[in-house]
Design a protein around this ligand. Sequence first.
Ligand code: GDD
Ligand code: MG
Length: 364
Amino acid sequence: MRAVILVGGKATRLLPLTVNIPKAIIPVLNTPFLEHVIRHLSRHRIKDIILAQGHLAQPIQGYLGDGRQFGVKLSYVVEDTPRGTAGAVKNAASYLDDTFLVLNGDVFTDLDITAMIDFHRERKAKATIALAVVDDPTAYGLIKTDAEGRVSRFLEKPGREEVLQRRTNMINAGTYILEPDVLALIPPQQEVSIERETFQQLLARGEAMYAYSSPAYWLDMGTPEKYLQLHRDLLSGKCRHYGLNPGKGVLLGEHTDIHPTTQIKGPVIIGNNCSIGRRVQLIGPVVIGDGSTILEDSVIEDSVIWRNARLGPRVTLKNSIVADNCCLNESSSCLGSVLGDNVAVLSGCKLEPGSKIWPGEAVG
Ligand code: GDD
Ligand code: MG
């Protein structure tokens, strides 16, 4: 079975992390996000994958290439103007002549895709939508089903009133199995939303549209808060195939030096070619990217640092995300902050929670 991954969105909610790099390849546990998704598909024997691209297509192609290094075959279709979530699938129609899978390109899940395919086939469904349960459905597609699991309503981004009325917190998890004749419902060369148009049409026509619920781990990492939450969850083992021993678990890359006076409370991942100085405290969950240097007496807690960072001495970093090539100078502190690429935080500067610093800025 082939899969289409939607990776053409603008990722505005993840700014300033996504100014120069698309959401689909921002690092998660020091590995580009899509690599996790591709490995998950491959575990379920889905090895023919089409990436539906738009915004920032080149960095994804440059990193993933033809997919050989991951044991899959990757193809790319690129929209000249954004086609929306259904238009993007239509754009890949020449690859889709049999039952196929569609994935939102920002969802981290250990969903049992094989079981979902069986479910779809047993019911002879036209479309099957994976479900997730969330506390606040207002940012998602709310789904109502009948007793047999058939979808009876699909409300994209409902208001709070509607959520209360419908008395459900089951949402569209952004993974679909579709029959190829669904493509005939999507007009070509136009922006079309699968949530607001195609699924509504399927419902109106009374087509067999099913919802597949499962206890899988699920998170849409589309905001900085969710991105940090994803790291907390993965490091504490909430998702199959991931997790380090809380309190103790430490994963070290190659050629990384840790001073004997460093205090580490896991779970912590440190990449390759890093240097962690005297009396540094790392209080997990913490992830540090390749080529980063943390100088003496710095304290890092509940944070994700990308590649080639230079922090310290005496820097405090908490509940924050630091993108590539940032420099946090002596005695500066960042709490609940998001730093884009190549940011310099000058000596003694204190960034308050909610700070977002754009790439290349120097803040003092
Ligand atoms: N190729 C292409 N072209 N991809 C697109 C486009 C487009 O025009 N617009 C969005 N995408 C991609 C995004 O890159 C992302 O991977 C995926 O489609 C979903 O877009 P988001 O912008 O992340 O949507 P959302 O999170 O607000 O809502 C969607 O996902 C929720 C689950 O995470 C909806 O499908 C909701 O119904 C769903 O609950
Ligand atoms: Mg999303």
